[in-house]
Design a protein around this ligand. Sequence first.
Ligand code: FES
Length: 174
Amino acid sequence: MKCNRLVDAGRRQFLRGSVTAAAAGAAATVMTPQQAKAQALARVDYPANRLANIADLVENDPLDIAYPDPDSPGVLLKLGQSVEGGVGPDGDIVAFSVLCPHKGWFMSYNSDDRTMNCPGHYSRFDVEAGGQQVWGHATNNLPQFILRVDEEGEIYAEGVDELIYGRLSNVLES
Ligand code: FES
């Protein structure tokens, strides 16, 4: 469990570091107003939202969630074996957007091959491989929510690794 926390912390640090480095690089150049707005949107902080408790999860049975806001549906999954981006005692808990990165259709989970499947144009994404696309039209992998588990087994989402479909930023402007 301690190792998973370190991996999560390292990943978050990497993401924050990337944003900082990008901002430093951009500061050396002159930006258009549109570029400045895009950069500001990219630097928003993610909320830390409680999704569920480990005790709520049944192996290989998706639990509906939303992150980082109610307009961004997703699934929380306990896969039963350590996987990419997995947290918890077994490193097997992951969460993903259910909006297809191609054109935003709602996807469903296939528990047989552990993929998210799109009814629009049949893209498929491997939830055991960080949402990697294994077939289809999308040009992005499936956005994976970055998770943390505390000592009581409460599961929190604290970030997203790809752009959620239909958004200029993963966090909507308030
Ligand atoms: S909307 Fe999912 S593959 Fe096109």
